[in-house]
Design a binder for this molecule. Structure first.
Ligand code: PLP
Length: 428
């Protein structure tokens, strides 16, 4: 099925009888002396090669953008209109409400939170840093770097569970209704990191219309994987900015996106989109910290894509490279662990991750076993605030970077580690 399999609690079965066999299997795995890495969601070199034409663009003597702008010079704070038009169409936002900026959407998110702390956002009674406490809701499992921003800036984090339709909207609504310290909610609406979930229209409507005790509550709508499909079933993100305006909360949604997993992860273009009031708030502060973004990079991206269909066609090339790696992960998990009752995993239609829930209490053991067999996994707990998974059961797998054969070998090894950790727990 193209739908993500919901991560469910796995139960420790009676694997005790197999403990000796599994120990032997694990020893054989260790003896192979592997050195494999499934830790971070980076594009592979083969994917980066898809965008190599960028390195020759815009080309010597080519620097004039639409309207005669000399891209080499200062200015153009909102970013190049021809590139903004392409991404406005893909992200479903009006071009005037979309800014094209530097190479990292994470920087835009960080800046947004810092600016909110220093100055407040439209509708704030005071800068967030003058509040006794600022709290963000963090759906779990989630993206470690969202949590790191909160941790560094002293923002308290409360968790709600993820569902296959996005954050548990009723749990979110109950929290924000009573607690005025709750100023933010992180969400990755399309192909969530790590669970691959897609925020449904119903969940989006609930999140943008629920009453909030804080008058300046914001949803950080991190649309990092909006066009990153792995199957022909191309999920369409709910149009949260429009829905929020319809619901009478036009300033609630801040959208972020980038070409990090479209062109070059290190030299792409990041985007910020929101209501007119939020865009002018963000721009006002942006104007103090920059005279303008890298418009040469914007021009080269606009030339490379041509139009929104150019981006879609380019993403199908990524899909051809990525889809077999994801199929390898899920088919190996199914063949090694299916029916064993030791794990549940997602089968995402897009994005960069597979989320695995193992027997509670064994995730860190699985990661250690894998490490000692030469297979690097994301640290257990990384998908939770402060790196602490209260049930020690979630593991994030990132199969994009290694070649397919390495993904296959690594996943077979990971399956052995999951089984061994479960057997150890069953006999402990
Ligand atoms: N948001 C999510 C959900 C991600 O998974 C990632 C990268 O893994 C990022 C943001 C980082 O984006 P950028 O490269 O634009 O900073």
């Amino acid at each position: 099925s193209p739908e993500p399999v919901p991560t469910a609690a796995a139960s420790a079965p009676d694997l005790g009888a197999r403990l000796d066999d599994l120990r032997r299997e694990y020893a054989a795995l260790q003896a192979r002396g592997l050195s494999l890495d499934l830790t971070r969601g980076k594009p592979s070199a083969e994917q980066l090669d898809l965008s190599d034409a960028l390195l020759a663009l815009p080309g010597e003597g080519v620097h004039t953008a639409e309207g005669g702008t000399d891209t080499r010079n200062y200015g153009g704070l909102a970013g190049l209109p021809e590139l903004r038009r392409i991404f406005a169409e893909l992200l479903g936002v009006p071009v005037e409400q979309l800014l094209a900026q530097g190479n990292a959407s994470l920087t835009l998110m960080y800046d947004t939170v810092v600016q909110a702390l220093l100055f407040g956002v439209p509708g704030s009674e005071r800068p967030w840093s003058r509040e006794e406490q600022v709290t963000f809701i963090c759906p779990v499992p989630g993206y470690d770097r969202h949590f790191a921003v909160c941790e560094e800036l002293g923002i308290r984090m409360v968790t709600v569970p993820m569902t296959p339709d996005g954050p548990d909207a009723e749990a979110v609504a109950a929290l924000v209704a009573d607690d005025p310290s709750i100023k933010g909610l992180w969400t990755v609406p399309t192909y969530g990191n790590p669970d691959g979930s897609v925020v449904s229209e119903a969940v989006a409507r609930r999140l943008v219309s629920m009453p909030t005790a804080a008058p300046d509550f914001r949803i950080f709508w991190d649309n990092a994987y909006a066009v990153h499909h792995l199957t022909e079933h191309e999920a369409k993100s709910a149009n949260a900015i429009d829905l929020a305006a319809e619901a009478g909360n036009p300033d609630r949604v801040l959208m972020f996106a980038s070409t990090s997993k479209i062109t070059f992860a290190g030299s792409g273009v990041a985007f910020f989109a929101s209501s007119p009031a939020n865009v002018s708030w963000f721009t006002k502060h942006l104007a103090i910290r920059s005279i303008g973004p890298d418009k040469v990079n914007h021009l080269r991206h606009a030339m490379f894509f041509g139009d929104a269909d150019g981006v879609r066609a380019h993403m199908r090339k990524h899909r051809e490279i990525l889809a077999p790696k994801f199929s390898a992960v899920t088919s190996i998990l199914e063949s090694r662990l299916g029916g064993a009752g030791v794990a549940a995993w997602t089968d995402p239609d897009g994005g960069y991750f597979v989320s695995v829930d193992v027997v509670p209490g064994t995730a860190s053991r699985v990661v250690t076993l894998a490490k000692e067999a030469g297979i690097a996994l994301t640290p257990a707990g990384a998908t939770f605030p402060y790196g602490r998974d209260p049930q020690d059961r979630n593991i994030r797998l990132a199969p994009s970077m290694p070649p397919l054969e390495e993904v296959q070998v690594a996943m077979d090894g990971v399956a052995t580690c999951i089984l061994l950790a479960a057997a150890e727990a069953a006999t402990a």
